[in-house]
Ligand binder design. Structure first.
Ligand SMILES: [Ca+2]
Ligand SMILES: [Ca+2]
Ligand SMILES: [Ca+2]
Length: 221
């Protein structure tokens, strides 16, 4: 009996207005979402680009420190130590450049890096690729350093036995998907950072060689 008044309220005319009002509110929300969604997406894109460029700067400092503090060479991109002080097994051919960078920077000698401030950027997208243990990371899997879209970076180095800037790299996106990265060039066709090293992010489209790529050194606009 207590439900009767409520049931009658559901049946009265005001329900029609409520439904119309609801549709109007939904419509307004839809318009607002359509108006602000592009700004939100652009803001997210900008934040990802900024984070990736900030990490380029951090890795660049790591490379310069590695070179300056006792090694005399930049971290190679092929797991080959030019001074033959570090014994590193060869790799499965995927993500090799950036894995080699992480491995060399993770040595305890000469101001190594443990990447504790950027744990989310350490990925391993190419599966069973264990090598020697990385001292400062304390792990055997060959981790890569990824951009803000979770794609491993490509890293090219002047210090290399196997092609360096001239060699295309295979970057694994996970689940068997592999994309190819070639070093970014300046307007004269010379590799950016050819006297040292280069970092390359595939950007939001996860494809290397397209306009949204990010690099260190930065590509001239
Ligand atoms: Ca690998
Ligand atoms: Ca790996
Ligand atoms: Ca791209």
């Amino acid at each position: 009996m207590r439900n009767t008044p409520r049931a009658s309220r559901f049946g009265n005319r005001s329900d029609g207005f409520t439904l119309v009002e609801l549709l109007i509110v939904i419509g307004i929300l839809g318009v607002l979402a359509a108006a602000f969604l592009p700004d939100l997406l652009a803001g997210k894109q900008y934040a990802n680009e900024t984070a990736t460029v900030a990490n380029f700067a951090k890795l660049t400092t790591g490379c310069e420190t590695f070179q300056r503090n006792g090694h005399g060479y930049y971290p190679p991109d092929d797991f080959v130590d030019p001074l033959k002080q570090l014994q590193l097994k060869s790799d499965n051919g995927q993500n090799t450049g950036i894995e080699s960078l992480v491995a060399f920077l993770s040595q305890a000698r000469a101001s190594g890096a443990d990447f504790t401030d950027t744990p989310a950027q350490l990925t391993n997208t190419d599966g069973d690729d264990n090598g020697a243990i990385l001292p400062l990371l304390g792990r055997k899997d060959r981790v890569e350093f990824a951009d803000a879209w979770n794609t491993p970076l490509a890293y090219f180095s002047k210090t290399t036995q196997n092609g360096g800037f001239a060699k295309a790299q295979q970057i694994a996106l996970g689940e068997g998907q592999v994309v190819i990265a070639n070093s970014a060039k300046n307007v004269d066709g010379m590799p950016l950072g050819k006297e040292k090293f280069q970092f390359l992010s595939a950007g939001i489209d996860k494809v290397f060689g397209t306009d949204d790529d990010l690099s260190w050194p930065e590509k001239p606009k």
